[in-house]
Design a protein around this ligand. Structure first.
Ligand SMILES: [Zn+2]
Ligand SMILES: [Zn+2]
Length: 294
């Protein structure tokens, strides 16, 4: 079972690897650059990539459990051509850094259609995924993350995600995919919490409509109510999802072997650069998810 965290990266992303391993995680998520910026011209310095890969090897973490989260500002769905173009370039650069770091994939939020129509926004997101895969040699994948559904954000339903992935040409299709964030599912009003059957039926729906299983899971409880469209993560069991629905998902055969990454609140706001000790909340959450996975 690949259970991961997204640690603080003070002191460098190699320190994030060490903090993840110290938390008992077998997977992790990192930002490949500062997530508030487009970073469309930023490459990973080779010595930084080397330090990261070295830390992964020393901590016994595998490529399969290593996910990069793209910058939040990339709005590939934007109807403003300049913004969409910059976001597409930013996404390609994310994939390049993902490949350089030796992670299996980067995930991203598709962004908002703003005042444009949904169908062309979906096309733009899919085209950005295809461009990224075409421009970066290697095997790292670009994964679309479902959204909490606020405003005109795209990628809330399996139909929208399937529409994006349909734009990716067949020869590049293996480099693209999607993943599910449990807080976003709940906030967007997709039910996996009422019963084990409901959880199974929801995964059925994603698998049927998109034609494949999710490639990662973000395991977050939700501070906001069901269908509230609020993207506020809570500790597992401390939000409105509760504990049991996580067991239903983690025990689903289609999610076995898929990295399950926690993006839950941390106990410590800041960490010293040379402090490789884990966040106490992350330690608890990893134990909790392992128990729930059975
Ligand atoms: Zn995300
Ligand atoms: Zn979120």
């Amino acid at each position: 079972m690949l259970i991961g965290v997204h640690p603080n990266d003070a002191g460098g992303i190699d320190m994030a690897v060490r903090r993840a391993a110290a938390a008992g995680a077998t997977a992790l998520q990192v930002f490949s650059a500062k997530p508030q910026f487009y970073n469309e011209k930023i490459s990973v310095r080779p010595e930084r990539a080397q330090r990261f890969r070295q830390a992964m090897a020393e901590c016994g973490l595998s490529r399969d459990g290593c996910l990069v989260h793209a910058a939040y500002v990339l709005n590939t769905a934007s109807p403003e051509p300049e913004k969409a173009e910059r976001a597409a370039l930013g996404l390609a650069k994310e994939l390049e850094r993902t490949e350089a770091l030796g992670a299996f994939a980067c995930c991203f939020h598709p962004g908002s259609a703003q005042d444009g129509d949904a169908a062309s926004a979906i096309d733009r997101v899919g085209d950005a995924v295809a461009r990224a895969a075409a421009s970066v040699p290697g095997s790292a994948r670009v994964l679309i993350e479902n959204t909490a559904g606020a405003g005109r954000t795209m990628g809330r339903t399996p139909e929208e995600i399937a529409g994006m992935l349909r734009r990716v040409p067949a020869e590049l299709r293996a480099r693209a995919g999607y993943g599910l964030d449990t807080c976003h599912l709940f906030a967007s009003g997709l039910d996996f919490t009422s019963s084990r059957e409901a959880a199974r039926a929801l995964i059925d729906r994603f698998c049927d409509v998109i034609g494949e299983a999710p490639a990662f899971l973000h395991c977050n409880d939700s501070e906001g109510a069901f269908g509230s469209n609020r993207d506020r993560h809570a500790l597992i069991g401390a939000g409105q999802v509760g504990t049991e629905p996580f067991a239903w998902l983690l025990q689903d055969a289609r999610l076995r072997g898929v990295p399950c990454i926690l993006e839950t609140p941390h106990a410590r706001e800041t960490v010293a650069d040379d402090d490789a000790s884990p966040d106490p909340y992350d330690v608890d959450m990893v134990i909790r998810l392992r128990e729930l996975a059975g």
